[in-house]
Design a binder for this molecule. Structure first.
Ligand SMILES: Nc1ncnc2c1ncn2[C@@H]1O[C@H](COP(=O)(O)OP(=O)(O)O)[C@@H](O)[C@H]1O
Ligand SMILES: [Mg+2]
Length: 266
């Protein structure tokens, strides 16, 4: 249980001033000011599977409706490793955003465990995202002027105290092989190292689900394989892993492949 008296939301404000306009903050950061007993119940009551029921997402393009997703239904069990394959524009990122509660479906429901995401208020949704879901993106989305340690500590804003935050962050940084680089800024790291930082940040709160949207899309193939191996290692530890990829080899190592085309499963 987080100790409410030690929560310092001002730290977020300090870090967020560092974010350029075009770079969205890490999804775990827009947090509620404190974790209430009800929010805590949301977190603890969360099973770990993902359930997507009759989900559609449309965008208005002038007078026309554009269907980014059409009536998609599936379920992912705890501990699965699922690859989502499909051409550019087929709705992969849209689906990931809906699963991660970053966006709402036009129709249908998304459940994380027992929680219907569209029924949660903003604060409980933010809490669930922060505690249960780790996001990894193609372009890393690290805070550029912030060192590795502080980037990784970002989602831990509600941990009991600074010392705990630091030790948790250092532990996961070591796990992703960056112990020697904690004080480095992102531009002093290779692409692969930056993605390791992003993975550490995604995992520092020990979430049940990892959502990785083309995590190797911006890396050379050897580095990409290493990043994949790291993600798969966390899947072996029991985390549910959902990866969007164009790479058939990556997909082959997963336990299940979901193929999307024009917003539909094929
Ligand atoms: N905010 C938006 N407004 C309008 N169209 C969008 C928006 N976001 C995504 N789209 C469209 O939805 C389709 C699916 O996008 P996306 O999920 O990003 O595809 P993928 O990740 O598979 O490349 C694309 O044609 C894209 O242009
Ligand atoms: Mg995409």
């Amino acid at each position: 249980m987080p100790n409410k008296s030690n929560i310092r939301p001002t730290i977020i404000a300090g870090l967020r001033s560092d974010i350029p306009e075009d770079l969205p903050p890490y999804p775990g950061t827009p947090l509620p000011r404190r974790v209430s007993a009800q929010d805590q119940a949301t977190i603890e009551g969360t099973g770990t599977s993902v359930r997507v029921e009759n989900v559609s997402k449309t965008y208005k393009m002038g007078e026309e409706l554009f269907w980014a997703l059409r009536n998609v239904t599936f379920e992912i069990e705890k501990g699965e490793f699922v690859s989502i394959l499909g051409p550019s524009g087929s709705g992969k990122s849209t689906l990931m955003h809906l699963i991660g509660g970053l966006d709402k479906p036009t129709n249908g429901e998304v459940y994380i465990g027992e929680n219907n995401l569209s029924k949660l208020n903003g604060r409980r949704l933010a809490t669930l995202r922060n505690k249960q879901i780790g996001f990894v993106f193609q372009f890393f989305n690290l805070l550029p002027r912030t060192n590795v340690l502080d980037n990784v500590m970002l989602p831990l804003i509600y941990s009991t105290n600074t010392k705990d935050r630091k030790s948790k962050a250092l532990q996961i940084i070591e796990r992703v092989g960056l112990k020697q680089k904690v004080k480095h800024k992102p531009n002093e790291l290779s692409g692969g190292e930056q993605q390791r930082v992003a993975i550490a940040r995604a995992l520092v709160n020990d979430p049940e689900i990892i959502l990785a949207d083309e995590p190797t899309g911006n890396l050379d193939s050897n580095t990409g394989i290493q990043i994949l191996e790291l993600l798969v290692a966390f899947n072996r530890l029991g985390k549910t892993l959902i990866i969007v990829t164009h790479d058939q080899n990556i997909a082959k190592t997963s336990t299940r492949i979901i193929r999307l085309q024009d917003g539909q499963f094929i």
